[in-house]
Write a protein that binds this ligand. Structure first.
Ligand code: GLU
Length: 422
């Protein structure tokens, strides 16, 4: 048994704290509670990789299969210097609750490799990906565990996963991994899916709070896939993006940024976000977060809003694009402020929902148009959002706890039907 340290920044603790509250409120049977508290399997892989210099380096990677109660494991692979087993374990648990919340037939899993992609060449990243996949070739599979992109990985990484798996199993199985390039069985709309899901949640929250898109002031922290896609779609829809930040720093502009120009600056011209030439006051990334706004979207990484700074959050809606951006210790502070929260397992669920569509399309060998993908995504996001709000209102809990309760209850129902092979 593992015993995570009792400190606020341990993300597994944060995930567990919300799970505990949900179980208590649900009155979950002891046996089911004990079963669901732990992940199903964990593995550490030591990945020997030949660096471009010719020297051999060994990288450490993990894969955690949290649950297969409702279907195969599902979840991204993260490449980052601060990956740890506790983090991967938390992210895997969040995948279980996220897939259950949006009612797609997957369990939860997550993987990670401790490495800094910004300091590795494309060939080195390819070798890490291939050896990691080779070590897990019996673990992965369309009916076992289906990886996807996360921080530090992308469609190209997923193409390498698919190819390596194909080399080991001697057959092309596109459904083994999602978030692939379109030419390799990827889905229309997958790249934008998480950002699009964020926007759909913001639209729903505005309708609920009787607010308008036009002039609605938004701050987006993080300008990777999720943050940049969310900012682009929100900007297109008439929202005003007044604050942006990434690892290089932040920018604030009360008149709103020209997001297509900013995306071009960062992604085409490859220039640092805080140096953006078309307006904005430079400030540190954390400071951007605490400017007054209508919607705050943390879309970077974990532990951004903590008990130390939550009192500074000044928004009406907090829509979590990242996984675990708010610690469980910050929850009561955010609650007290009356902020309408769209928790991570709902806010960023658009990504895995379109991953599910990709898996379905791959298995059918029949591909959908982008408007079909987006229409189905909208249906899933709206249904899930409505479920969370309905539960929160009828049971007098906040949206985060409501989301966990809906999710844990769904997994528990499936587990009761399957029975525990104990
Ligand atoms: N890494 C993403 C997440 O945290 C996507 C997972 C997936 O598509 O399987 O939700």
């Amino acid at each position: 048994m593992f015993a995570p340290a009792h400190d606020e920044l341990n993300v597994f603790q944060s995930a567990e704290a919300r799970f505990e509250i949900a179980c208590q409120k649900l009155g979950l049977e002891d046996d089911l509670y004990r079963y669901l508290k732990y992940p199903s399997k964990e593995v550490t892989v030591y990945i020997p990789v030949s660096r471009d210099s010719g020297q051999l380096e060994v990288f450490i990677g993990y894969r955690v299969l949290h649950s297969t109660v409702r279907g195969p494991g599902k979840g991204g692979i993260r490449f980052a210097p601060d990956v740890s087993i506790d983090e991967v374990r938390a992210l895997a648990a969040w995948m279980t609750w996220k897939c259950a919340l949006v009612d797609i037939p997957f369990g939860g899993a997550k993987g990670g490799v401790i490495c800094d992609p910004s300091k590795l060449s494309k060939h080195e990243l390819e070798r890490i990906t291939r050896r990691y996949t080779a070590e897990l070739s019996e673990w992965f599979g369309p009916e076992r565990d289906v990886p996807a992109p996360d921080i530090g990985t992308n469609a190209q990484t997923m193409a390498w996963v698919m190819d390596t798996y194909a080399m080991h199993t001697r057959q092309a199985t596109t459904a083994v991994v999602t978030g692939k390039p379109l030419a390799l069985g990827g889905s229309e709309g997958r790249t934008e899916a998480t950002g699009r899901g964020v926007m759909m949640c913001c639209d729903k929250a505005l309708a609920k709070l009787k607010m308008k898109r036009e002039g609605c002031r938004v701050i987006v922290q993080g300008f990777g896939n999720v943050g940049s896609q969310a900012a682009t779609l929100l900007h297109q829809a008439g929202y005003k993006i007044i604050g942006v930040a990434d690892i290089h720093g932040g920018l604030y502009n009360e008149n709103g940024f020209d997001i297509p120009r900013l995306v071009d600056w960062v992604y085409t011209q490859k220039k640092p976000l805080p140096e953006f030439s078309a307006g904005g006051t430079k400030m540190s990334a954390p400071d951007v977060l605490f400017n007054p706004c209508d919607i705050l979207i943390p879309a970077a990484t974990e532990n951004q809003i903590t008990s130390q700074n939550a009192h500074r959050v000044d928004c009406k809606i907090l829509c979590e694009g990242a996984n675990g951006p708010t610690t469980s210790h910050a929850d009561p502070i955010i609650d007290k402020k009356g902020i309408f929260i769209i928790p991570d397992i709902l806010g960023n669920a658009g990504g895995v929902t379109v991953s599910y569509f990709e898996w379905v399309q791959d298995r059918q060998g029949f591909f959908w148009r982008e408007d079909e993908v987006n229409g189905r995504l909208q249906h899933v996001m709206e249904r899930s959002f409505d479920n969370v709000i309905r539960y929160a209102e009828t049971h007098g809990v906040n949206n985060r706890i409501a989301a966990y309760i809906v999710a844990v209850d769904r997994v528990a129902q499936a587990l009761r039907l399957r029975g525990i092979y104990a």
